[in-house]
Design a protein around this ligand. Structure first.
Ligand code: SF4
Length: 511
């Protein structure tokens, strides 16, 4: 019989969540570095350079890899001989309460405050719970006297791209994956992993897909030793064929879209073939530990020498833009795929701020003081709060397509000149951008701490009550972005993958 103290589980969960907020798993960093070394697409290589530099900065500075510090997902394997012990004078907690207390402590840690992204009443008021609770918890009772814990913090951008299909038993899983991945766009911040669950029932397949993402990247070992069963054959076939789509890092076109394919399966009904797919993004975050009753878990910090030393200087080939003086005529000159270094003032706004602005227009109201968008740029971001002497915490871009439906109204009513976000725009937004001769610029998702280093000043100018979704004014210096949709509506997220898919096919660089 093992006795696990409630305080040990709480402390271990809190420590693990802090740890994964700033340390990427080393297997992930090595896989991105390999992809970076062999990448031939300049845009994709630049994006991976930023992800790797960001990762090292975060490990050194102990600050979050991404501004989206995730929804906490926990897998527990509880030994049947485990007993729980509460604290004297403290009410007995359920296992879920212990996990949630660990989440609360991690996200409110003043040394490395993490972003609280969880909203209660999701179909209604969508009110922030302020401490990132509750976690999504999966428990299994297994033989033994230990508690095995896997803790992950999953970004919303990649979670939003989860897919489920109830295929016919004779359907091809590979065909479904190849048809589905391009529909996911780049909002899941590739390069990353695809977790695939096959079999069981609908909910079992989804759970298997998520669980598969908790394993380390090991596709190279599999390739070396050769597949020994159908699932291993599928992993290699899907990996090669998805990479041959040419989507590339951040969807800009390139050789590597996925670093590994993970698959878990389970027996299923004779009439069924459930398949679920969940991507893991550039902010892959998970940790594993075991409690055996001897105290809280200790996760050894990684060696920083194991992080690649990347130097990246776009200065000589980038166009420098002063946001305080830029004109519509200047924007006409910007070419799709061109790198810009932005300096000056911009406003921020994401889902909730856009919704509120659109509602104000509908009521005939003007925007609050400080929110004059004429001739200016808006950055889709919900930053992490600052700590110590920071101006702002990690502040990378959020998925731009969520703002697509607001774009025409915003451009029309305000004279906004451009938007900055992550990944592609939908056709409705591209049409609006072309019509208004505006522009959409892309920053790298998953390089949030690096981006925050370019922000010199930050203040909230409107909608304080929206927390991280409030409208801020940022003053930036040399913030790197790519022209992703130009004034003519040319989108690099369309042209890049088409170009690289053709190049890969011609060169037969399929791996
Ligand atoms: S890397 Fe991209 S998908 Fe992942 S958490 Fe960050 S913004 Fe979201």
């Amino acid at each position: 019989m093992t006795v696990i103290r409630q305080a040990d589980l709480i402390e271990s969960v809190a420590d693990a969540l802090q740890y994964i907020s700033y340390y990427h798993p080393l297997d992930f960093i090595q896989a991105v570095n390999e992809a970076y070394e062999r990448e031939e697409s300049t845009a994709a290589k630049d994006a991976m350079a930023q992800i790797l530099i960001n990762s090292r900065l975060c490990a050194e500075g102990k600050r979050p890899i991404c501004q989206d510090t995730g929804i906490v997902t926990v897998f527990l394997k509880i030994g049947m001989k485990v007993q729980w012990e509460g604290e004297p004078g403290v009410a007995e907690m359920s296992v879920a309460d212990m996990i949630n207390e660990g989440v609360r402590r991690a996200y409110l840690n003043p040394d490395n405050v993490l972003r609280a992204s969880i909203l209660s009443d999701p179909a209604g008021a969508r009110k922030n719970t302020k401490d990132n609770t509750p976690a999504v918890i999966h428990m299994e009772v297994v033989p033994g006297d230990e508690l095995e814990v896997t803790v992950a913090a999953k970004g919303g951008g990649s979670e939003n791209k989860a897919k489920l299909a109830m295929l016919n038993p004779s359907d091809s899983i590979v065909d479904w994956v190849l048809k589905t991945v391009p529909t996911m766009g780049a909002g899941w911040c590739p390069p990353g992993m695809l977790g695939i669950g096959i079999g069981g029932t609908a909910e079992k397949a989804v759970l298997l897909a998520k669980e598969s993402l908790m394993d380390p990247i090991d596709i190279h070992e599999l390739r070396k030793r050769g597949p020994q069963n159908r699932v291993e054959e599928l992993r290699l076939e899907i990996m090669d064929k998805v990479n041959a789509l040419g989507i590339g890092a951040q969807g800009l076109g390139g050789l590597t879209t996925v670093l590994d394919i993970k698959i878990k399966d389970f027996p299923t009904h004779a009439a069924s073939l459930p398949v679920a797919m969940i991507p893991n993004c550039a902010a892959t975050r998970h940790a594993h530990f075991v409690l055996d009753g001897s105290g809280p878990a200790h996760l050894e910090p990684p060696r920083l020498e194991d992080w690649p030393q990347i130097t990246w200087d776009v200065g000589p080939r980038a166009r420098r833009v002063n946001l305080d003086t830029v004109t519509p005529e200047d924007v006409l000159q910007w070419q799709p795929g061109e790198t810009l270094l932005l300096s000056g003032k911009m406003l921020t706004g994401r889902d909730a701020a856009h919704k509120r602005m659109i509602e104000m227009f509908a009521r005939g109201e003007s925007l609050p003081e400080g929110v004059d968008l004429r001739g200016r740029f808006i950055y889709y971001v919900g930053p992490v709060d600052p700590v110590r002497d920071e101006v702002i915490g990690p502040a990378g871009p959020t998925t731009a397509t969520r703002m697509d439906k607001f774009t025409e109204t915003l451009l029309d009513k305000t004279g906004l000149l451009g938007m900055i976000g992550k990944a592609e725009r939908g056709q409705v937004a591209i049409d609006a951008i072309k019509k208004h001769k505006a522009v959409y610029l892309m920053a790298v998702g998953g390089a949030a701490y690096l981006v925050s280093k370019a922000i010199r000043k930050a203040k909230i100018v409107a909608f304080h009550d929206l927390g991280m979704e409030a409208i801020h004014e940022f003053e930036v210096e040399d913030m790197p972005v790519t022209v992703a949709v130009d004034v003519n509506g040319t989108s690099v997220h369309k042209s890049g993958p088409v170009e690289w898919q053709a190049k890969i096919a011609q060169k037969l660089v399929v791996r």
